[in-house]
Ligand binder design. Sequence first.
Ligand SMILES: [Zn+2]
Length: 314
Amino acid sequence: MPPVDRKNPKRAASSESDFSLMEFMGAFPNDDACLDYLWTTRYSPDGDRALCPHCEVERTFRHYAEKRQAWTCVACGYRIYVTAGTIFHKSSTSLHLWFYAMYLMSSTRCGISAKQLERELGVTYKTAWRMFTLIRNELMGQDDDLVLNGRVEMDEMYVGGRPRLADKMAKGPRATGAWRDKKTEVFGAVERGGRVTAHVIPSRRTPTIMGHVQKRVDASAIVYTDQARQYWNLPQEHHTIAHHEGIYVSGDVHTNTIEGFWSLVKRGISGTHHSVSPKWLQGYLNEYVWRYNHRDDRRAMFALLLLRAANPPA
Ligand SMILES: [Zn+2]
């Protein structure tokens, strides 16, 4: 290793996009800073004036100490509660802790469990779990309008109980994957070097898969899949790889990118969870998709969580 110049420390390139705890504490040192963020982002860009729903014009608002989460119209007394409609509303946990939880969930490479959140925040497990699921489900949802383009790999993944030995040993139809029926199925597509989408699907029948392809993959994309029948009639330029013949790469024809994503997801699941409900799994997938799609910029990841928190869907 080269000697470190202590008078002129350089951050490693890999941490350029990181958002350090010191930076977080600088931007959000306390509850008031978090309240101010919501007030200015949601209602009052200049921090002083906002549209009063009662006066129906822009008015000056005041922030009084006794009603901390509310700003009051100086003309009519109307109160704007800055957390209304957000995941923070009516929570007895401080805003500062909520913001810190979002920081933690966006600043670690592989994410953080509700258990770790409990320890870091010093709240009960019940509270930590509630915060964790709200942040994951409400703020890390996938953009349903995302359409992938360029070189796109598609594949399915199965999550849940392992195939029984009897099924694995079976010959005939059972050997061709009847055990998959006991698992939860996921469809995924990824741009090489780009973004990913992943969704729990009710079945791997062709209409289901084709519906997802139509919605999520541009007609001009170049598509790579295995030779599964579901992909036989894709509208896109389509290359297949013969996995059943033991071939995994042929020139640039492969599905290694989506399989890499699946293994990330599976590693995370096997480490912490044993049973998988479809509803839980979709939330879990969303978090992994979120991390993957913002992998180069954790600062942006946190900023985006904040923006989503401040702009809940109507
Ligand atoms: Zn007013």
